[in-house]
Ligand binder design. Structure first.
Ligand code: GDP
Length: 292
């Protein structure tokens, strides 16, 4: 397994965030609501330890609402942390972040003591989208590919309230194998970092255990949920490919094509609102999973 990893860039980003954070009052850390722990960078926790943290579970429109509640409860129990879930395209919840920052640092937000907020998150988590929604105009450059480097930018939201974009690119830090698969499934690490077939097979196996109904609704490969659950995961993967016409000449399943279909269906939300890790599962992976 090869993993995209840029220690040089990471070192610079660490330095830049370390400098920036000295003059910051609240940190908004964005994570992907479908994979909150895997889409976080543990380096931030260490750098931003003493700063109030507003955790935004973004793309909540694509995530399982019950599991989002579970994650919010989990984060809200942490010291100095407030967690909210949202779709970064929507104005009301994005603007509500201003009040949430005020509540976390009540002494700031005046002309003499402006509120300075840093938005952090891995590429593709939705930072530019949220900044644009908060600022109310097309301010931050939205990128379709993960990892487009941007200049650090400062936005004035209202008198005495400044928003700063992450200086540098905060790559995910993958500490267990399952996080790598989950990031790859969500399209949050560059293509080629992981093998599509392996990632899609892991995803299918997870969805088969936790969301068999969603799989069956999209891919009628079995008569009922029990029958789908009883299939071996690689057989299920092949049957999905066959059903969706991902075939090679001669009728064998084109595994690469099948993988792309499954990943695209997950990313776009057509498989339904799915969350591919829970707080308990992530703890379990940390305790017993393959450490990277
Ligand atoms: P950045 O790299 O963190 O700045 O991410 P972008 O703002 O460029 O967003 C990456 C992609 O995710 C874009 O296609 C956005 O439209 C999409 N996106 C951002 N926020 C949300 C959200 O809350 N829900 C959904 N469904 N898509 C989102």
């Amino acid at each position: 397994m090869s993993i995209q990893w840029f220690p040089g860039h990471m070192h610079l980003t660490r330095k830049a965030i370390g400098e920036r954070v000295k003059t910051i009052d609240v940190v908004i850390e964005m994570v992907d609501a479908r994979l909150p722990a895997s889409s976080a960078n543990p380096m931030l926790r260490e750098l931003l330890e003493h700063k109030p943290n507003l955790k935004v579970l973004n793309k909540a429109d694509l995530a399982d609402a019950a599991r989002t509640h579970e994650w919010l409860d989990w984060y809200n129990q942490q010291h100095n942390t407030k967690a909210v879930a949202m779709d970064g395209h929507h104005t009301a919840p994005a603007r509500a972040l201003i009040d949430a920052c005020m509540a976390l640092a009540p002494s700031r937000g005046t002309m003499d003591k402006p509120m300075r907020v840093l938005i952090c998150g891995i590429p593709n988590v939705g930072k530019s989208t949220l900044i644009n929604t908060m600022v109310g105009r097309r301010a931050a450059k939205a990128a379709n590919e993960p990892g487009v480097t941007r200049q650090e930018q400062r936005f004035s939201l209202q008198d005495g309230f400044y928003l700063f974009d992450t200086p540098g690119v905060l790559w995910p830090r993958i500490i267990v194998a399952q996080s790598g698969y989950n990031l790859a499934a969500a399209g949050s690490i560059g293509r080629n970092a992981f093998d599509d077939e392996l990632v899609a097979l892991e995803l299918v196996a997870y969805l088969q255990r936790h969301y068999p109904q969603a799989l069956l609704a999209r891919y009628p490969v079995a008569d009922n949920v029990q029958a789908l659950t009883a299939m071996a995961d690689h057989v299920l993967f092949d049957e999905v490919g066959r059903k969706r016409g991902a075939l090679l000449p001669g009728g064998r399943v084109n595994a690469q094509k099948a993988a792309e279909i499954i990943l695209q269906d997950f990313r776009s939300g057509v498989l339904g609102r799915l969350t591919i890790e829970t707080p308990a599962e992530f703890q379990e992976w940390l305790a017993t999973g393959e450490r990277l």
